[in-house]
Design a binder for this molecule. Structure first.
Ligand SMILES: [Zn+2]
Length: 163
């Protein structure tokens, strides 16, 4: 994806109030992120481990979503699969919940999905990060197709948040 600045990222949030956007933690090392290998940028707030964020390009512009990992009990200790990149980890996948954008969110509606704890889906898909033996499905898809599928899954998730 195209490298983003902190300003672009903050402006891209679809499910936060202005105050939340101002306060939320954006990574300081944006310049060092492997943008060429990212389908989306995801990170956790080092000060608040239950908070995670992701930003992806959708319809040519960045859209960012704030996520919560509701409670430690939602951490999957058995092997489970990330719904974005379809990598299977033991204890490495977390149910993340995004408040919906706009009125629906104010009324308490949210969207959940199982995501890699470290939000490094792009790197798992490309084999640049290892998730352990048996983590990847044996598939006949090309890397290009797997990347396209991850991009589509992330886009579908963001669309659910903004719908
Ligand atoms: Zn993943």
């Amino acid at each position: 994806m195209k490298p983003l600045t902190e300003q672009e990222i903050r402006a891209a949030f679809v499910n936060c109030t202005k105050g939340e956007v101002k306060r939320l933690a954006v990574p300081r090392d944006l310049a060092d992120r492997p943008w060429d290998d990212l389908d989306y940028l995801g990170w956790r707030d080092p000060q608040a481990p239950d908070r995670a964020y992701l930003v992806a390009e959708l319809d040519g512009r960045p859209q960012a979503v704030a996520l919560r990992c509701p409670s430690p009990s939602s951490w999957q200790l058995r092997r489970s699969m990330c719904s974005m990149c379809l990598t299977t980890h033991t204890g490495g996948v977390c149910l993340m919940v995004a408040r919906k954008a706009g009125k629906a969110g104010q009324q308490g509606n949210s969207v959940g999905g199982y995501l890699c704890n470290d939000l490094a889906c792009s790197l798992y898909v490309r084999g640049k990060k290892e998730a352990g033996a048996g983590a990847r499905l044996q598939e006949s898809l090309t890397l290009e197709e797997k990347i396209r599928r991850t991009v589509a899954n992330v886009a579908a998730f963001i669309e659910k948040v903004t719908a």
